[in-house]
Write a protein that binds this ligand. Structure first.
Ligand code: AN7
Length: 373
């Protein structure tokens, strides 16, 4: 009898594959993982790229430097390379449930990348409006590769958002910026993951602030877990804007925001009041860091193995500023959120690095170039 004859006949393929197959070690995406806390029911079509479940990375270097236990929540490890996927899986699933065929958003880059990807997965059309010349190349590439309709304006994010709000009011398109409450619902999962990963909430939570949706979502997430007894403590929330785009710090909108951290180049955040409330209720603050501080933090974490984008580095810049100002208590548990991946904008990485060495294809030359010989 040949081996082939002893093999059982292949099972007939299942008529419909489950939407989220996998055993106990397979991450199913934030909606399935936290289904009982999400505004979905059995009929909601779940549009997912298996976002979330991102690493919480303990930083020995930063811990030693500031005298605390510092963890980096690396949301650059999401499918489109930023935390926006957490909100977008919810917003696009609910848009699909409502029968929408098209979605629209304004963006400094990451929201448009996520909207384009999730709309493509759902078989919907995405329109994205971005400030011309002010979004990272990788983010533009993402919107284009997923066939979004990309509109560039001679203007900034705030103006783009105004146009998108009006489009959604006057035309049959669903707005998927974070003024869409489902976006915030999805982004709460970042806080839940941190508590699930640490076994408690951190003492101090540090993050970038742009349009201010994410800090709103994190604070809600922590409070909900605390209300349900899943954490006994709540963190102090500290948000960091870029100094040239710091409306909440200044107390008034900034008409012409400027910063190298283009993701948070926002002068009139939509969730301003909620962000201010999160800071106040938690005993924290919204402050600013300069582009120089952001760039230094970007390089520092990269030198220790984590490549996050410029805007994300504002959280670490903020932590370092707290340390320098003597505002950290020893041995606190700290989480800095790294919201997006450094690969979004490789130009920044290359700009600050030494030129690669070019040699003939030769062992001895290689050994010499590496200072081995
Ligand atoms: C990497 O993509 O606003 O305070 O249009 O991409 O919730 O706005 C991006 C924001 C932080 C700020 N880090 O979060 C957009 C957009 C990264 C970001 C923020 C953004 P919010």
């Amino acid at each position: 009898m040949s081996a082939a004859e002893s093999m059982p006949a292949p099972a007939a393929p299942a008529r419909t594959a489950p939407t989220a197959p996998g055993g106990p070690h397979v991450w199913r995406g934030i909606i399935e993982e936290y289904r009982d806390r999400m505004p979905v029911d059995a009929d909601t079509p779940i549009v997912t790229l298996r976002e979330g479940g991102t690493p919480l990375i303990h930083s020995e270097y930063l811990s030693e430097l500031v005298g605390c236990q510092v963890h980096l929540k690396f949301d650059g490890a999401n499918p489109t390379g930023s935390f926006k996927d957490r909100g977008m899986t919810m917003a696009i699933s609910k848009a699909k449930e409502a029968g929408a065929q098209a979605v629209i958003c304004a963006s400094t880059g990451n929201t448009s990348a996520a909207a384009a990807a999730y709309a493509a997965k759902a078989g919907m059309t995405a329109g994205v409006i971005v400030p011309k010349g002010k979004i990272a190349l990788g983010k533009l590439a993402q919107a284009l590769v997923h066939d979004a309709r990309v509109i560039q304006i001679d203007g900034n994010f705030d103006q783009a958002l105004t146009i998108c709000r009006q489009l959604a009011e006057q035309y049959p398109v669903e707005l998927v910026n974070s003024v869409n409450p489902y976006r915030i619902d999805g982004q709460r999962t970042g806080a839940w993951e941190i508590v699930d990963q640490l076994g408690r909430a951190p003492d101090l939570h540090v993050m970038p602030v742009g349009n201010a949706g994410n800090i709103t979502a994190y604070w809600r997430g922590y409070r909900e877990y605390a209300a349900d007894g899943l954490t006994g403590n709540l963190p102090v929330m500290r948000g960091y804007q870029a100094a040239g785009a710091a409306p909440i710090v200044l107390g008034h909108p900034v008409e012409k925001p400027q910063t190298i951290a283009t993701a948070i180049r926002i002068g009139n955040p939509a969730s301003w009041d909620q962000a201010a409330a999160a800071a106040e209720e938690s005993g924290g603050s919204i402050r600013s860091v300069t582009d120089r501080q952001i760039l230094a933090a970007f390089r520092l974490i990269a030198r220790h193995g984590v490549f996050a984008e410029m805007a994300s580095a504002s959280s670490v810049a903020g932590l370092l500023a707290l340390h320098e100002d003597g505002e950290l208590e020893p041995d606190q548990v700290v989480v800095c959120v790294l919201t997006g991946h450094g690969l979004k904008d490789p130009e920044w990485a290359i700009a600050g690095a030494a030129e690669p060495v070019t040699i003939p294809a030769d062992l001895h030359e290689a050994a010499a170039a590496l200072d081995l010989a």
